[in-house]
Design a protein around this ligand. Structure first.
Ligand code: PRP
Length: 175
């Protein structure tokens, strides 16, 4: 089996700085509101945990589990929900938190679904944005980093369920 090569794309110090900046923006924008963060499992859990701890306002959290990639590296567009939110979001200020925005299929599908639950507001915060890969138009209100079309792992992102633990965002390739 060939060895997997990892190259740092975004170092943990830069991640930490940017997550603090996003948290500052969100803290200002949601001051006095009824904020609930909805994380998309599994990838978003690392980003969401850091983001939440840098917020200077109260918030609640919930999670949804969707699947679009299976165990491969390509999006199929087949969105299924295996775990829905457990909190009512009616009349509340929802911020969906996601690790990566790629084709846009996952988030556009989830946002449409959540809108039907009648939140007061609904915005999206993504850690990484691969704008070149969109199949459907979708823009997030808060973006950590725009990245090129490379397969990335670390900081919650996986390849076949590996590498989520890496503190940096890395590009992987086979030697
Ligand atoms: C990844 C990622 C997003 C989605 C983005 O999830 O976390 O949810 O794909 O792709 P899209 O914009 O092309 O729809 P994945 O299916 O790998 O699950 P995971 O979060 O459990 O790793």
């Amino acid at each position: 089996m060939s060895e997997v090569r990892k190259e740092i794309l975004i170092a943990k110090t830069d991640i930490d700085k940017r997550v603090r900046e996003l948290a500052d923006m969100i803290s200002r924008d949601y001051e006095g509101k009824d904020l609930i963060l909805i994380g998309i499992l599994k990838g978003a859990f690392v980003f969401m945990a850091d983001l939440m701890r840098y917020l200077r306002i109260p918030c609640q959290v919930d999670f949804v589990r969707l699947a679009s990639y299976g165990t491969g590296t390509m999006s199929t567009g087949n969105i299924t929900i295996s775990k829905d939110i457990e909190t009512s979001i009616q009349g509340r200020d929802v911020l969906v938190v996601e690790d990566i925005l790629d084709t846009g299929l996952t988030l556009s599908s989830l946002v449409e679904r959540l809108k039907k639950k009648d939140p007061r507001s609904l915005k999206v915060c993504v850690f990484l944005d691969k704008k070149d890969r969109r199949k459907v138009p979708f823009e997030a209100e808060y973006v950590g980093f725009d990245i090129p079309d490379r397969f990335v792992v670390g900081y919650g992102l996986d390849f076949n369920e590996m590498y989520r633990f890496l503190p940096d965002v890395c590009v992987i390739g086979e030697n």
